[in-house]
Design a protein around this ligand. Sequence first.
Ligand code: FES
Length: 338
Amino acid sequence: MVVTSAVADAGPGVGPGLMVSAKEHVAEGVVSLTLTHPGGARLPDWTPGSHIDLVLPWGSPRSSAAESGGGTTRQYSLCGDRWDAHTYRIAVLREAAGRGGSAQVHDRLRPGDRVGVGGPRNHFPLVPSEKYLFIAGGIGITPLLPMVRQAELLGADWQLLYGGRTRASMAFREELTAAYGERVHVVPQDELGLLDLVAWLGTPRSDTKVYCCGPAPLLAAVEAVCADWPPYALRTERFTAAAQSAPVREEPFEVELRRTGRTVTVTQEMSVLEAVRRAGADVLSSCEQGTCGTCLTPVLEGRPDHRDSVLSDHERAANDCMFLCVSRSCGDRLVLDL
Ligand code: FES
């Protein structure tokens, strides 16, 4: 992964002030929001797999350091038409055990309200392939919706396996089956049981890319079934941070901010993000769990201990960038392009 800076990677951004022009119930516990510029301006372009930061005007009672300016920031995949330059669409599942952001969207946000929007950013890009297998679990359908449209547009051979608790809980199910018919395999768990990944994924294929988004147990199951597939055949996106092993290094390490000429010491008690901010670096962050990609920063020297849930093995091995909110250092020194 090549980046120029964390801020540049945040995309052009549209700042505060998009308007909720529509709010619709699209499945049990799921609403979709249509966002437009209040003045009708064109919105920044995006590609399938992109997400935005949605900044709600209210703080969260269960807020974390990820909140800023009193608002609540959450990441949602864009699931509308990427060729519609004036509209973003997202879908939000009410998370009963969440930190309160989804409840605000469901209970407080109304058509006509203004929200802040950051991004779009894409850490789950659709790479070229002759064939695709898409696997969605529940609200994990959202980043895959624009992907199947793109695959169809490009004439690729694709199939979508879409699992959910019940038919009524599966957002955009009818839209998908109406548009793509038998390419879409709908598997409500209460009628048909769990997804039969072994049967569906079959034997490893070198001409096929597998894209999966959904809850952690589904991702783990797909990763296990794809263990013998060629490297980089499987791409996943997580909504929650993956489990991590203990940090490679417990001792403090130094981080040099090459552009400002400062060097800071990162102790066990602090993140690299906190340390560089104390040194005056202005780095954007959002989730602070290694899932959203906002704090991505170029690495000039040293080997990061990658602890995020975004980079692929290939991208990690390049050692040219890291997520400052969670990742640390394998050695006693890192040099960042800050
Ligand atoms: Fe989300 Fe670092 S702030 S990955």
